[in-house]
Design a protein around this ligand. Structure first.
Ligand SMILES: [Zn+2]
Ligand SMILES: [Zn+2]
Length: 333
């Protein structure tokens, strides 16, 4: 099969990814073999390719927003079923975190497209217990970004502890934020978007945001909660200053540049809180996919054929599209 492989992690300009021939993977007994039809392009793939994240599997195939069709079944799924493959791939199920429902913190967890080959390929595998059934009526391309961008945005929204009808600030407005905004708006929030891209600001307003300004601007009213989606630590104090008393900032990314020193009085006092967001649980995924179906949450997508994944990553890095990029496999080719 054809697949992308991270041969030498480093800047995209130095071509860390190669499009190669690989054998179709052989699934373990508890795993599905999945024929990939669409795979979203997540910022984490960029971090894997560029070496911001340590190498877990040399030559890994990235991609963890996979939609496909079961080509070899395992318990819980039949051949021909449409499934989603997300970032969280395995946990031990036995540690204190797993037992208390925080499997996203499992120290033994494994991730698709980092520890194991993912969806920038014609086929991939997934443990059946971590595959997601998909709501009907959602096209493959539109569904792909829900599987990481959507689920993480949803977990970040819950971590941001937004009160009912509250004022939410979103710093950065890419794949994850534009899905998170739709859930927040459907639940009655007022959403303010703070991001550098003019096209992203237009998309934010079109989706129903009350305001859209540059990332360093002060929002028009104090925020009850904020979520930092941009991987920019220098925005942490900016977002904290925008919070009302008792407000919460959730940092959604897996990678963040260094945070400058904080001023206690203006940025933390009055019980402001900073929280990180680490991966997601399968329960988050189930809750979000159900909400997305109920509220008609839709990704704004920009498609590329599989063989142009490197271009999709370059465009993501340069901020050349709104919403989310999705790689599409054409079985006729
Ligand atoms: Zn565990
Ligand atoms: Zn992701």
């Amino acid at each position: 099969m054809r697949a992308w492989s991270v041969v030498r992690p480093g800047p995209l300009e130095e071509a860390p990814l190669r499009f190669v021939e690989k054998p179709v993977p052989g699934p373990a007994d508890d795993e599905l073999l999945v024929r990939v039809t669409a795979c979203g392009v997540c910022r984490t793939d960029l971090h894997v390719a560029e070496g911001d994240l340590p190498v877990h599997r040399p030559g890994v195939t990235p991609g963890h927003e996979v939609i496909g069709v079961v080509a070899r079944a395992a318990p819980g799924f039949a051949e021909g079923d449409r499934v989603g493959v997300a970032w969280l791939r395995r946990t031990d199920g036995t540690c204190a975190y797993c037992l208390r429902g925080a499997e996203n913190l499992c120290p033994a967890s494994r991730y698709t497209g980092w520890d194991a080959d993912g969806g920038y390929a014609e086929y991939t595998t997934v443990p059946a217990a971590f595959a997601h059934g998909l709501p009907p009526g959602l096209a493959d391309v539109a569904a792909a970004p829900l599987l990481c961008a959507g689920i993480i945005g949803y977990r970040a929204l819950r971590r941001a502890a937004l009160p009912p009808g509250g004022r939410l600030g979103l710093y950065g407005f890419g794949g994850s934020a534009h899905l998170c905004a739709q859930v927040a708006l459907a639940e009655g929030a007022t959403v303010h978007v703070l991001t550098r891209g003019a096209a992203a600001r237009r998309l934010a307003l079109a989706l129903g945001a009350a305001s859209a300004q540059d990332a360093y601007a002060m929002p028009p009213e104090p925020l009850d909660s904020a979520i930092l989606f941009a991987p920019a630590g220098e925005l942490v104090p900016v977002a904290l200053r925008a919070l009302a008393r008792g407000g919460t900032l959730a940092i959604a990314g897996i990678h963040l540049s260094d945070i400058p020193s904080l001023r206690y009085e203006s940025e933390l006092f009055h019980e402001k809180q900073v929280r990180s967001v680490t991966s997601n649980t399968r329960e988050d995924a189930r809750e979000f996919l159900a909400l997305a179906a109920r509220h008609g949450v839709r990704a704004t997508t920009h498609t590329y054929p599989l063989e142009r994944a490197d271009e999709a990553l370059r465009d993501l890095k340069a901020g050349r599209f709104e919403g989310a990029a999705v790689l599409v496999n054409d079985p006729e080719q």
